[in-house]
Design a protein around this ligand. Structure first.
Ligand code: NAP
Ligand code: GDD
Length: 394
C-alpha cells in the first residue's frame, strides 16, 4: 500500500512543492482547498488530475481550518498516514489588520485539526504523524542566532498565533501521545512565492521594470534582516521530520542572514539595473512592530535529520529574477497584443479586441487570470503604473 498524506494549505507555495515531493515518493496526496470565487489552484495546475481518472495520486477536497466539521469528514475520507498543516493567513503585515481571522485560522485552526486527529487516532487505532508549520516569526525580538532553545518573543498577531499553535502541538503530543512535530522554518522563497512577500515583490518589479511595464517599486523597511532559503529545500525537511523515529521540534534555516537592502542590491544588479533609480520608501509598508534580525541555527536538523540547505542566497535570487523576467516578457507580449493579466494591473484596464489576440493561447502565463474589457476601443497603457507588486497594500 502506498503511503498517504493530507496537506492543509496545498494551494500555497510550500503546499505545491511538498505535493511534488510526496508524489515523487509514490504517496497518495490529499489536499485541502479553500472555496474561493476565483481559482486558487494555479500552483497545482501542473499536478492536477481529473477526478474521473482512475488511480489518482492527487485528490483535492474543499475544506477550511475554520470549519471542524469539514476537517473531520476529510480525515475520515482520506485516512492519511501523515498530515502537514501548512494552512494559514501567512502574511505578517496583514495580521495586524486581520488579527482575529489570523488567530482563528492559525491558532484555533491548528487546535481544531489536532483535536480531529486525536479523535481519529482514538477511534481507528491508526498511527498518524502530524507536521505543524511553525515560524521564525515566533522568535520575533529574540536576538540571533535563534535555535530550538531560544525563547519566543513574537511581534505580530501572526507570530503570537504561531506560538499558540506551536504549544497546542506540544501539548497534544504530550497529553495524547500523538506523533506531532513542530518545524520552526525561517523565511523560504521561490518563484512560486506570493507576490506581496518582499522577495517576490522585488523580483516581480524587476521583471516589469525591465519590460517597461513599471517605473517604481515602493517598499518599507530595508534594514530588516532575514535568513532566506529556497522553499524546495525546506519541504524536504518537513518530510524528514515525519520520518524521524520520534516527534520533536526543529529549526530549519540556512544560517546566513541578509537585509532587505542586500536582497534588492543582489537582485537588481543581476538584472543589470541600479536599484536606487527605482526603489522608493513608502511607510505604509512598515509594520507597527518589526522583527529586525532573524538568523537560524539548524544544527539539530543537520545532526538528527541529515538535512542541509542546498540552494545559496545568490542562487535563490537568480532563480527568482530569471523566472520573473520570463513572466514579465510574456506580460509585455500580451500587453503589446493589447491584452493584460488582471493580476498584473492595479487599475481597471481597457483593451482593444483584435482577432489575433483572440487566438492567443491565454494559458501560457499560468500565473493569473486574463481579462479583456469590451468597454473601450483603445488600450489604456499603464507604463509606469507600479502594478500589483508595487501598489499592493502590503
Ligand atoms: P502561503 O503561500 O500563504 O500558503 C498558505 C496556504 O494556507 C494556502 O494554501 C492558503 O489557501 C491556505 N489557507 C489560508 N487560510 C486558510 C484557512 N482558513 N483554511 C485552510 N487553508 C487556509 O504560505 P507558505 O509560504 O506556503 O507557508 C506555508 C506555511 O508555513 C504557513 O503556515 C506559513 O505561515 C508557514 N511558514 C512559512 C514560511 C515562509 O517563509 N514561507 C516560514 C515559516 C512558516 P489559499 O491558497 O486559498 O489562500
Ligand atoms: N511584505 C513586505 N512588503 N515586506 C517588506 C516590504 C514590503 O513592501 N518592505 C520591507 N519589507 C520587510 C518587512 O518589514 C520584513 O521585515 C521583511 O521585509 C520580510 O517581509 P515578508 O517578505 O513579508 O516576510 P516576513 O518575514 O514578514 O514573513 C514571512 O516569513 C515568516 C518566517 O519568518 C512569511 O512567509 C511568514 O508566513 C513566515 O512565517
Amino acid at each position: 500500500m502506498p503511503k498517504s498524506a493530507l496537506i492543509i494549505g496545498v494551494t500555497g507555495q510550500d503546499g505545491s512543492y511538498l505535493t511534488e515531493l510526496l508524489l515523487s515518493k509514490g504517496y497518495i496526496v490529499h489536499g485541502l482547498v479553500r472555496r474561493s470565487s476565483s481559482f486558487n489552484t494555479a500552483r497545482l495546475n501542473h499536478l492536477y488530475e481529473d477526478p474521473h481518472e482512475a488511480d489518482r495520486q492527487l485528490i483535492l477536497h474543499y475544506g477550511d481550518l475554520t470549519d471542524s466539521t469539514g476537517l473531520r469528514a476529510i480525515l475520515e475520507k482520506a485516512r492519511p498516514d501523515e498530515i502537514y498543516n501548512l494552512g494559514a493567513q501567512s502574511h505578517v503585515k496583514v495580521s495586524f489588520e486581520l488579527p482575529e481571522y489570523t488567530a482563528d485560522s492559525v491558532a484555533m485552526g491548528t487546535l481544531r485539526l489536532l483535536d480531529c486527529v486525536r479523535d481519529h487516532v482514538r477511534h481507528t487505532g491508526r498511527g498518524v504523524r502530524f507536521y505543524q508549520a511553525g515560524s521564525s516569526e515566533m522568535f520575533g525580538a529574540a536576538p540571533p542566532p535563534q535555535n530550538e532553545n531560544t525563547r519566543f518573543y513574537p511581534r505580530s498577531p501572526y507570530g503570537v498565533s504561531k506560538v499558540a499553535a506551536y504549544w497546542y502541538s506540544v501539548n497534544y503530543r504530550e497529553a495524547y501521545n500523538l506523533f506531532v512535530s513542530n518545524g520552526i522554518l525561517f523565511n523560504h522563497e521561490s518563484p512560486r512565492r506570493g507576490e506581496t512577500f518582499v522577495t517576490r515583490k522585488i523580483t516581480r518589479a524587476i521583471g516589469r521594470i525591465k519590460m517597461g511595464l513599471q517605473k517604481k517599486l515602493y517598499l518599507g523597511n530595508l534594514d530588516a534582516r532575514r535568513d532566506w532559503g529556497f522553499a524546495g529545500d525546506y519541504v524536504d525537511a518537513m518530510w524528514r521530520m515525519l520520518q524521524h523515529s520520534s516527534p520533536d521540534n526543529f529549526v530549519i534555516a540556512t544560517g546566513q542572514s541578509y537585509s532587505v537592502r542586500d536582497f534588492i542590491t543582489e537582485a537588481f544588479s543581476y538584472a543589470g539595473l541600479d536599484w536606487r533609480e527605482y526603489v522608493e520608501i513608502d511607510p505604509q509598508y512598515c509594520r507597527p512592530t518589526e522583527v529586525d534580525f532573524l538568523c537560524g541555527d539548524a544544527s539539530k536538523a543537520k545532526a538528527l535529520l541529515g538535512w542541509e540547505p542546498k540552494t545559496s542566497f545568490s542562487q535563490l535570487v537568480c532563480m527568482m529574477v530569471d523566472k520573473d523576467l520570463g513572466l514579465a516578457e510574456q506580460e509585455r507580449l500580451l500587453h503589446d497584443q493589447q491584452y493584460v493579466t488582471s493580476r498584473a494591473v492595479g487599475a481597471p484596464i481597457a483593451l482593444r479586441p483584435t482577432s489575433d489576440v483572440e487566438k492567443y493561447n491565454l494559458s501560457c502565463l499560468g500565473n493569473g487570470a486574463f481579462q479583456r474589457s469590451p468597454k473601450q476601443e483603445q488600450p489604456d497603457f499603464v507604463a509606469g503604473h507600479c502594478g500589483l507588486a508595487g501598489s499592493a497594500a502590503h
